[in-house]
Design a protein around this ligand. Structure first.
Ligand code: GRF
Length: 213
């Protein structure tokens, strides 16, 4: 098996997506070398500590501005050797300078079929709109709000859904599986840009095992 991809996971709260990564790709296709949180009391920090993954808190209040916070965060992640940064419920925007430190190296999981319903409260936005098909997107992060190239998307039909909790319960298992799959694909070098459309990412199935395809 090829070398494990060193990844960092950025969190702000519960950390169920972090847990999914700890339970699947960690120690296999990837090694989680750092977990950074924007909130001191994030349950995600306990999940990382339980698996002896180094953690740190980068609260906005501790820095002069966002750029200063981002620079300190990027320095720590680089020191830990992270080559991919996974946003897993990270509730802060990252500035361009941070993204330039990890080119094509930051991914996010979002609970809607982008470009529909970017930003906060995506499930509530979708319910308010009255959609009948919901979904999850894993995408590269660029300087916009959930605007980077799509890696994976999956949908679920919930024509009668009315409550955010109901939709969240249906989307959670998709998020967990898709985020792990995206990490495994990137670790295998199985994603490339489509020469005919630079926004489109092609999955090279020949270079991955069946469990990540
Ligand atoms: C997920 O629903 C994700 O789509 C969104 O934030 C939530 C994080 O959940 N970006 P968790 O902290 O991973 O449990």
């Amino acid at each position: 098996m090829s070398e494990r991809l060193p990844i960092a996971v950025l969190v702000s709260g519960l950390g169920s997506n972090l847990q999914a990564l700890l339970d699947t790709v960690h120690g296999r296709e990837a090694e989680i070398v750092a977990v950074a949180s924007s909130a001191e009391d994030a349950t995600a920090l306990d999940r990382a500590a339980a698996r002896d993954v180094p953690t740190a808190v980068f609260a906005r209040s501790l820095y002069a501005d966002r750029d200063a916070r981002d620079a300190a965060l990027a320095d720590w992640l680089a020191q830990r050797g992270a080559r991919l940064v996974v946003l897993a419920g990270y509730m802060e925007l990252l500035g361009e300078e941070f993204l330039e430190r990890f080119p094509e190296g930051v991914i996010n999981v979002h609970p809607s079929l982008l470009p529909a319903f970017p930003g906060l409260r995506a499930i509530e936005q979708a319910l308010d709109y009255g959609v009948k098909v919901f979904g999850v997107t894993v995408h590269f992060v660029d300087a916009g709000m959930d605007t980077g190239p799509v890696i994976l998307q999956r949908s679920v039909e919930l024509p009668d859904a009315r409550e955010p909790q109901e939709v969240l319960a249906a989307l959670r298992p998709l998020e967990h599986a898709m985020l792990a799959q995206a990490v495994a694909l990137i670790a295998a070098g199985a994603l490339r840009a489509d020469p005919g459309n630079p926004r489109r990412r092609v999955i090279d199935l020949e270079s991955v095992g069946a469990h990540v395809a």
